[in-house]
Ligand binder design. Structure first.
Ligand code: ADP
Length: 578
């Protein structure tokens, strides 16, 4: 009892540990998968961040170029510039130098100037001056493009707003990609000296300058892993692409990065898509590799866990059955011994003289000793199977002959139990290599079971026939049959079906496991077909030694059937005594 309780306790513990181990493995797996994804995303994100920085830098490079040729204006004192203009409508030579540079820059086309707020665009009486590249002088003009007037307009209103507190001598204002207007600030009295407008050469800007910079920076998309487009977002127009092989198609290439130009080119921006860059491809490949390794490891680990668990479960069942078996067998060994002891005592003290009673005591002792011997033989067989000491003495035999011998020897006993025994076999059966003692043990067990597990219909049919390259021997009964769920266990050691009839019947669940071992040792196979409540057929088959003789066509191929209902042979004690 205590042993069984311990078993139950350790089983609960085992299930608990199995549960914990499974949960731990699954949790670790999830954690790992999560970390792997995080790792991959982080490396992709950092690769994306690098690209973002690259695009931001590119936008800045484009913008800074606008200032290149006019940068030196910052060094000038605008009061001198103003004095020069007032003097003879010309500028100091440093100023003119800057203008010469700007006029040579293909980025700019015309340069215009208005003095103070006197804007010819607004007031026709006021002049607008145009810079002449060759003479390096300004002269008043009436032909002022609208773009220039727009530039002056924006610059004037911006300068007006900030001039009082402004600390720099120039204030640049972009009219998007059209023009750059510079307000010249006299810092001595915080006044605006005038506005200088530089018209931007759009074609050069797009097709020469930005296009070239784009190629230089991003180049072939398959190498750089990125495609950048210059887009006029007001007109919804793509002006340039860093790689002409990639068309602007948001469905094909979703936009990953959007970048504006901070203080110029207001109506343009940059759109970029990140292609499967080597970094992303490497991250994905590494993720895939890690996931596969992880998956396989988890699979193996869980497999091992389940295997260990199932094995432990089996061992527990075996231990339980073994414990039950020990209790049973002790009782069953004691009973015949007690009967024999009592009968022996009665005989030895000479009190029994009556012949009939003497015979009855003798019968008792004989029967019980045979039963004991059978039981011990079975135990020894089981022990031999366990220790691998079961040996075979195989020799060529006709299976139907061995079966016939068995039937002759045991018919009396079987029929004495109220059974009808029929036997049929094919003609010209080939020889098989078997151990005759083993065949006898098999038949003994099958018949013994058929007797034990038949209640109403007491019929046993034994059949030997050829089936392919085998000769098969089957024992069929019309007994209780075996429930479907028990079928795969009945050859296990100590296994007994859990039903009321089995509970009432003596047995230890050893017979079929011994039989199975013997069948395998003889190179055969064992099979059972059974329907619960209708009966069972146990079949063993062994490979033929030589090809069978050809059937005699004059003989009917049907099996020759012996069927007998002989009277009970009471003198012989059969091998099925329990
Ligand atoms: P046992 O000593 O219990 O008969 P076996 O190993 O011979 O042990 O059989 C194992 C179990 O298989 C039996 O307990 C019984 O439940 C079932 N069994 C075996 N043969 C038959 C049969 N012919 N009909 C019904 N059940 C059977």
């Amino acid at each position: 009892m205590e042993f069984l309780q311990n078993l139950k306790k350790s089983n609960t513990l085992r299930i608990l540990f199995f549960g914990i181990a499974t949960v731990a493995v699954l949790a670790l797996t999830l954690l790992n998968v999560y970390s792997l994804y995080q790792l991959r995303n982080t490396s992709i994100e950092s690769a994306t961040d690098v690209k973002k920085l690259q695009i931001e830098e590119f936008a800045n490079t484009i913008q800074y170029h606008f200032y290149g040729s006019v940068w030196d204006l910052r060094k000038l004192d605008m009061s001198t510039v103003e004095a020069g203009w007032n003097n003879n409508q010309t500028f100091p030579y440093q100023f003119l130098d800057v203008l010469r540079q700007a006029s040579q820059d293909p980025l700019y086309s015309d340069i215009h100037f208005i003095y103070k707020d006197r804007d010819g665009c607004v007031n026709p009486d006021e002049p607008v001056y145009h810079y002449d590249e060759t003479t390096q002088r300004f002269s008043a003009t009436d032909d002022v493009p609208q773009l220039v007037c727009d530039g002056f307009g924006i610059s004037k209103s911006r300068a007006r707003a900030i001039v009082d507190e402004y600390r720099f001598n120039i204030r640049t204002t972009f009219d998007s990609h059209r023009s750059l207007t510079i307000a010249l600030v006299n810092l001595s009295d915080n006044s605006v000296v005038g506005h200088l407008n530089l018209l931007i050469n759009r074609d050069y800007l797009i097709n020469d300058y930005i296009a070239e910079e784009m190629k230089k920076t991003f180049g072939d998309a398959d190498d750089s892993g990125i495609v950048v487009w210059l887009r006029d977002w007001i007109q919804d127009d793509i002006l340039l692409s860093s790689d002409e092989n990639y068309s602007y198609n948001r469905e094909l290439y979703p936009i990953d990065i959007r970048q504006r130009f901070s203080d110029s080119l207001d109506d343009w921006n940059l759109h970029a898509t990140i292609l499967e860059s080597p970094t992303i491809a490497a991250s994905d490949a590494s993720l895939m590799r890690n996931l596969i390794v992880l998956g396989v490891s988890v699979f193996v680990l869980l497999g091992a866990l389940i295997f260990i668990f199932i094995n432990a479960q089996r061992e527990r069942e075996l231990a339980e059955r073994q414990a039950g078996f020990l209790a049973n067998i002790t009782h069953e060994l004691k009973t015949p011994l007690a009967v024999m002891q009592a009968a022996g005592e009665n005989l030895s003290d000479g009190r029994v003289r009556d012949e009939k009673r003497l015979k009855s005591y003798g019968d008792h002792i004989y029967n019980e000793s045979v039963r004991l011997k059978r039981m011990i033989e079975k135990l020894l067989d089981a022990a031999k199977v366990d220790s691998g000491q079961l040996s075979t003495q195989q020799a060529p035999h006709f299976l139907h002959e061995l079966t016939s011998e068995f039937i002759e020897a045991n018919r009396g006993y079987i029929e004495g139990k109220g059974f009808t025994l029929t036997f049929s076999h094919d003609k010209n059966l080939p020889l098989v290599m078997v151990d005759p003692d083993h065949i006898e043990t098999m038949l003994n067990n099958f018949v013994e079971n058929a007797i034990k597990y038949s209640v109403d219909e007491k019929e046993i049919h034994i059949e030997v026939k050829k089936s392919g390259n085998y000769v098969s021997l089957s024992v069929a009964d019309k007994g209780t049959g075996i429930p479907k769920q028990s079928m795969r266990y009945i050859f296990d050691k100590f296994y007994r079906v859990e039903d009321s009839l089995t509970a009432k019947t003596k047995g230890h669940g050893l017979g079929l496991s011994i039989v199975k071992n013997m069948v395998e040792m003889n190179g055969g196979r064992i099979d059972v077909k059974s329907e619960y409540g209708k009966g069972s057929v146990f079949t063993v088959k062994f490979p033929t030694l030589l090809p069978s003789e050809t059937d005699d066509p004059s003989e009917p191929s049907a099996a020759k059937t012996e069927q007998t209902n002989r009277s009970l042979n009471t003198e012989k004690i059969g091998p099925y005594v329990q």
